[in-house]
Design a binder for this molecule. Sequence first.
Ligand SMILES: [Cu+2]
Length: 204
Amino acid sequence: MKKTMILLYLALVSWGASAQTDHTKMNSSKADMPAMHTNTPAGMKDKPTTLPSIKVEHSLSVTAIIDNYLALKDALVEGNGKKASSSGKMLLDALEKFDLSSQGASKQLELKDILDDAKENAEHISENGGKMEHQREHFEILGSDIKDLIIITGSDRTLYQIYCPMYNNKKGGKWLSESIEIKNPFFGSKMLKCGNVQQEITVK
Ligand SMILES: [Cu+2]
């Protein structure tokens, strides 16, 4: 019992200490926001050396899906809701054309779930050209769908998962990019450089 109390006390003390650290960080980030959130300063093209990496099979089956996802991302970086809407529509078409039967039988059920979710998100994006914040909400979920998809199907190119800690009232949000250069699709020019590269998805 006594031991439990001591452990509990230690846990509380260390929790207090880390909460304190976070608080300090938050204050300083307010004073110097752009710099704090730039992990790849302009001109620095080197990858972080400790970047976690996953390897997927090589596959051309998702080329159109990735192309249109990236076009959608770029439209949101630009802050162009209309362009995002048309990219969303093209992404929806690409998702609908994906040939499930080309994939192994054991993968089809899971793939269907992922594709259905991705289609729903792409559809909302295509239908909400005038509501970019709504498009961005669906785009955030879409990033997970596309990542789940290529882990199963494979990819035709290297992609990077980038994380923005500021998105959604600091709950954070992720997207996929063909480059480690940070161009934030959740904030566009408001916070273009906010984000850090979390993971590399490379082709075997
Ligand atoms: Cu919606």
